[in-house]
Design a protein around this ligand. Structure first.
Ligand code: PA5
Length: 476
């Protein structure tokens, strides 16, 4: 049976549909093809030269073997899996779980295909305390997967230290070793040192792969496999099989056949014409956290102060997440009548699976009869079409990524498409999409404020305190 696919539909950014002022004319599209085509070859070459190792993750059988071995070792006795991580060490895990397991997964003991999954990508005290209260008597059936490439990230380190203390107190050193799995750098970093010292079981964050490009490595694959998501390469409807299929499409040197090149080029072109905001709007609850994952990928990769020639540019589209149909009742007023400064990308699902029929209208409300007997998925997709129509009436450019169905294969395709699309966008904006210096300053400032040892931090802390001190003249 043919695999379900994802497809890009881009007619609704074209001038024929939304006019010359906001749309892309045939001549402009031709220009875009001319500009982007050499970048496709350049990126393909860089990939061959090993400069973008994330591109090879769907082929990494060694990682897959390690992940599967560990899953076999720990899954049986594990009722709860807890991921401790933040940013690129958490958003992919959350996105996979929301997309590929049922909404009631954690509560439905009968149908769960693995442990309950909790991903803590924050350090909110009441939230974490509430979880600790709940998990306290279940620690021997709970695995903690601490994910941090550096091991220095304050949020993850703090969570880890709390869990370490809890496990040591309740289960002793053996319990600590059996219940924690560390996913970190192969050789260096604080978490690597801790893991080696405590002899923890480990998985690797691959060399040269930044957090936001790491979901198809052990970072995302372990929790996915533990929770019954298909990850195998040979399994032809798995996450990695989908990513591999997309690899062929996004490597095509013909611009018009390459969806990653087209999306990046359209985003770049419209950004330069004033569409500085890029709204991703899935019409599917399952896909909503992929939009969160995309926000980080896009924001950290493309928001840059300097270009590759070191010119000060302060560039980068602002990624925004909206959810259909929910945000029709929250955002659409602005999206239609506010500034025409956005490019919309809908995620649409053709087939939601088993139809869910709407009941008949009561006799006193015949005006609801139009809904009776219809499928809820049909209503959701018609709402997408209605919103798109309304936006097009106001000359707002819209892209759609159309999913035949949501499964591991199409989600793998989407992830790979958007990662490579981000590389193309980086090349078009002429910036380095793989660094995130601006995130580092905040991390360092936290170290200083929390009293990390060293003269450098002491001085830095007083500088931050004087800059951020509350000036009572402005406090009302
Ligand atoms: O994408 C990135 O590189 C970041 O979001 C990191 O994943 C995040 O800051 C966490 O870093 P670490 O894995 O070192 O704890």
């Amino acid at each position: 049976m043919a695999q379900p696919q994802i497809k890009l539909y881009y007619k609704n950014v074209i001038a024929d549909v939304i006019g010359d002022e906001h749309g892309i004319t045939p001549a402009q599209l031709k220009e875009l093809a001319k500009k982007t085509s050499p970048l496709i070859s350049k990126l393909n070459k860089e990939r061959k030269a090993g400069k973008t190792p994330y591109r090879n993750l769907p082929y990494n059988t060694k990682t897959l073997r390690q992940v599967k071995k560990l899953v076999r070792e720990v899954k049986k006795g594990c009722d709860n899996l807890v991921v401790l991580g933040i940013g690129g060490s958490a958003l992919g895990n959350i996105a996979l779980q929301t997309a590929l397991n049922p909404y009631m997964y954690n509560l439905d003991d009968k149908h769960r295909r693995g442990p309950r999954l909790f991903v803590f990508d924050n350090i909110d005290p009441p939230q974490f305390a509430s979880f600790l209260d709940w998990v306290g008597d279940k620690l021997h059936k709970t695995i903690f997967n601490v994910i941090s490439k550096s091991g220095q990230t304050s949020e993850t380190a703090a969570q880890f230290l709390i869990i370490r203390k809890l496990l040591l107190n309740r289960l002793g050193p053996e319990g600590l070793r059996s219940q924690i799995i560390a996913t970190t750098d192969r050789k260096k970093g604080t978490l690597r040192e801790i893991a080696d010292d405590l002899k923890l079981r480990c998985l690797e964050v691959p060399d040269g792969v930044g957090g936001r490009f790491s979901v198809l490595s052990a970072v995302g694959l372990f929790s996915a496999a533990m929770c019954g998501i298909k990850i195998d390469i040979d399994d032809n409807d798995s996450l990695l099989a989908g990513a591999r299929d997309m690899d062929e499409k996004v490597s095509r040197t013909n611009f018009y056949k390459n969806p990653a090149a087209i999306i990046a080029a359209i985003n770049w072109h419209l950004y330069n014409r004033g569409k500085k905001i890029s709204v991703m709007m899935p019409y599917s609850y399952a896909l909503k956290d992929l939009a969160d994952w995309y926000r980080q990928l896009w924001a950290e990769s493309l928001g840059k102060a300097r270009d590759l020639a070191d010119n000060e540019v302060h560039i980068g589209p602002t990624p925004v997440k909206a959810l259909g149909a929910t945000d029709q009742h929250s955002q659409i007023q602005l999206y239609r009548e506010g500034p025409n400064d956005k490019l919309f990308t809908f995620l649409e699902v053709r087939d939601f699976g088993k139809p869910l029929k709407i009941g008949r209208a009561p006799d006193c409300a015949p005006e609801l009869g139009f809904l009776a007997g219809k499928d809820l998925g049909t209503l959701l997709n018609n709402e997408k079409r209605a919103t798109e129509y309304a936006l097009l009436q106001d000359k707002r450019p819209c892209l759609t990524i159309l999913f035949d169905r949501i499964n591991a294969y199409t989600v793998g395709q989407f992830i790979y498409l958007y990662e490579v699309m981000t590389s193309f966008a980086g090349a078009l904006f002429n910036i380095n999409p793989y660094d995130q210096d601006a995130v580092e300053l905040g991390k360092e400032a936290t170290f200083a404020l929390m009293g990390k040892a060293g003269y450098k931090y002491k001085e830095f802390a007083s500088k931050i305190r004087s800059r951020t001190k509350v000036d009572r003249d402005f406090l009302v």
